[in-house]
Design a protein. Structure first.
Ligand code: NAP
Length: 242
């Protein structure tokens, strides 16, 4: 299968967390900046064409759990995927298997980066939600019947969007689904010299009942660098990548 190279890039606390109070400490700032610069900065190490995000990450950061207002009487949309011309050099690849996200426009802005939203849906998503996306000029690809077929997503990103480098950008649930499927090539963790010990917050990898299990996976060290402000950049290859 033709697919992009996938790297999982995350800012992580010393206790393996990806959100929470550790981020509020001034000692976390350096790792936050390094995280951004490596994948989104002007002289980025990873020059990717898009980043994949889980539905919770999108709601927490961009759509804020707004319920989309749908027209149940919308005319039947054409079958298949929906493409639009993008003005931006990156896509924000949003996993939304049921069509829940309350988008208000077809771009997101993260730091100095603006990206076109690309929704990844399944066949079970309603006609009215697809019509809602079309009204906002939000492109979508349909990958799978009830659950998202990860191979099909990557094949379409390669074939229809010419992507050869894609960031797997969290959270922990979506990261683990790609790793369990053998579809993540590299791990890039920017470790913050902070922790908060919370048992309530998302970890960098989280299995989710019905989606993934806890089959162990091994990694091989590629590089470790100590950077400014006690941030450590750790890279691994994923041993089960196929
Ligand atoms: N520190 C960092 O670098 C960083 C980076 C990214 C995110 N985060 C944080 O991580 C937190 C969220 O992480 P999380 O692990 O709870 O959630 P997540 O991975 O963002 O989202 C999980 C949801 O995404 C959908 N999903 C995931 N895998 C899927 C698959 N294989 N197929 C179809 N749908 C799939 C499911 O939603 P549905 O069932 O509703 O469709 C699932 O419940 C956020 O607070 C965010 O800010 C931190």
């Amino acid at each position: 299968m033709e697919r992009p190279y996938i790297f999982c890039h995350m800012q992580v606390s010393l206790d393996g967390k990806i959100m929470g109070k550790f981020m509020d400490l001034p000692e976390s700032k350096g790792s936050g900046k390094l995280f951004y610069d490596l994948a989104f900065g002007e002289d980025a190490h990873y020059k990717h064409q898009g980043w994949i995000s889980g539905r919770t990450t999108t709601d927490d950061n961009f759509t804020h759990y707004k319920v989309p207002v749908l027209d149940e009487l919308a005319a039947e949309v054409p079958a298949g995927d929906f493409f639009v011309e993008s003005e931006h050099d990156k896509y924000y690849i949003s996993f939304d298997r049921s069509g829940k996200l309350g988008w208000e426009k077809n771009t997101i802005t993260y730091g100095k980066t603006t990206a076109t939203v690309l929704e990844v849906l399944t066949e079970k998503v309603s006609n009215s939600y697809k019509a809602f996306l079309r009204d906002l000029n939000i492109p979508y690809i349909i990958c799978g019947d009830e659950s998202i077929d990860l191979d099909m997503v990557l094949e379409k990103l390669s074939r229809d969007f010419n992507m050869d480098l894609v960031m797997l950008g969290g959270g922990g649930v979506i990261n683990w689904s790609f790793i369990q499927a053998g579809l993540c090539d590299e791990i890039s963790f920017v470790v913050s010299p902070t922790a908060d010990g919370s048992t309530e917050t998302a970890s960098v990898f989280d299995a989710m009942a019905g989606l993934t299990n806890d089959d162990p996976v091994a990694f091989t060290v590629k590089a470790v660098e100590v950077r400014e402000d006690n941030a450590v950049w750790m890279r691994y290859t994923v041993n089960n990548a196929r």
